[in-house]
Design a protein around this ligand. Structure first.
Ligand code: KG4
Ligand code: ZN
Length: 339
């Protein structure tokens, strides 16, 4: 079964062809980083317009790269939510149009479930329970799953900023560019993560919720007191040390909470996905925790951590196996909030 995946929930327009949910035939991504960069974050109206420009280009590119004709596609999987409604509607409209005109069945995919499937592409799915951390620019949440193909159950999530959003906001404050996670990751390599002690919000021993706004405020207070490189150029501390210390605080909370959830549910498998899962320090710390706790760690290659359509096609296959195709494709609608 060849599935065409389509993704347009945020600032990447993407299309991909995946066979049997795991074998990548092609993947095309049109990134809007250059468009949103000057604003230090995604501007929804600009995002929708750029999706309109790119959607057919990426679909054609994915088909060409795979050497597959549109007739050979068995089904179309599209990100239905959560995300920016105006952006989601671009991918959904394209998917509906293709489905209607070509008579191809449609599958609506949850973007967070799609991120999870990125961990199993070109790899064996797991039949045992797992705890999953989805950590991206829009989401930071923990899920419990009976197996890699089953529906994720929400355990907890952020009460304010997502971890990626905290990276982006801190980078913006310091004038480091967008997306902030990538820049902070790179600068932190030459920084001391113990230089400054920033707060870690645990919200109680049994809570699987997260909060990153206090940490963000602590960094803002720090630069107000000691100087901001974005405003003053010269500052009496190393920016590398500041961002490495910030990053360490984020990573500590993500690793500790995931560990607590894994212990609580007695699982042997831990899945870490989403844009922030590309982070070097996070990957290193989860690798260490896995050895210590005896888990099998499932983490996608860096290229499949940030938004892409390969993961949408892969998740589409699992959703189809679970619940079949959408009964009335033209009625498929965008869902802005969806756990
Ligand atoms: O999954 P994604 O592409 O989009 C959402 O669904 O949100 O994630 C984008 C987020 C951004 O906040 C970006 O700063 C963050 O992932 N990110 C990183 C890294 N690469 C991307 N954060 C930390 N370290 C990275 N290497
Ligand atoms: Zn995403």
């Amino acid at each position: 079964m060849i599935i065409l995946g389509i993704e347009s929930s945020c600032d990447e327009t993407a299309a991909a062809l995946v066979e049997e949910g795991r074998r990548i035939l092609s993947g095309a991504v049109a990134s809007q980083i250059a468009v949103h960069g000057p604003f230090g974050g995604v501007v929804p109206e600009l995002a929708s317009r750029k999706h309109v420009e790119a959607i057919l280009v990426v679909i054609e590119k994915a088909l060409k790269e795979a050497g597959v004709t549109v007739d050979e596609v068995d089904a179309i999987a599209v990100t239905q939510g959560p995300g920016l409604v105006g952006s989601l509607l671009v991918g959904i409209s394209a998917a509906k149009a293709l489905s209607y005109s070509l008579g191809k069945p449609l599958i609506g995919v949850n973007h967070l479930e799609a991120h999870i499937h990125a961990a199993f592409i070109e790899d064996e799915p797991i039949e045992e329970p797992a705890v999953c951390l989805v950590v991206s620019g829009g989401h930071t949440a923990l899920y419990y799953m009976e197996s890699s193909d089953s529906r994720p159950h929400y355990l907890g999530g952020t009460l304010d900023d997502a971890a990626g959003e905290a990276f982006d906001k801190v980078a913006k404050l310091l004038g480091l560019g967008y997306p902030g996670g990538v820049v902070i990751d790179r600068l932190s390599v030459s920084g001391n993560p113990e230089a400054f002690d920033f707060p870690r919000a645990y919200l109680g021993r049994d809570s699987f919720d997260f909060s990153f706004s206090g940490l963000k405020t602590a960094v803002a207070n720090f630069v107000r007191k000691f100087g901001n490189p974005a405003l003053e150029g010269e500052v009496p501390y190393r920016v590398e040390d500041l961002v490495a210390s910030f990053q360490e605080a984020v990573v500590d909370v993500l690793v500790d909470k995931t560990t607590a959830a894994a212990v609580h549910h007695g699982v042997k498998h831990v899945i870490v996905v989403g844009g922030v899962a590309a982070n070097r320090r996070l990957r290193e710390r989860f690798a260490e925790a896995s050895i210590e706790k005896g888990w099998t760690l499932h983490i996608p290659p860096v290229s499949l951590c940030t938004d892409n359509a390969v993961m949408v096609a892969a998740a589409g296959y699992a959703v189809w196996k679970r619940q079949g195709f959408v009964k009335d494709p033209l009625s498929l609608d965008a869902v802005s909030r969806w756990l």
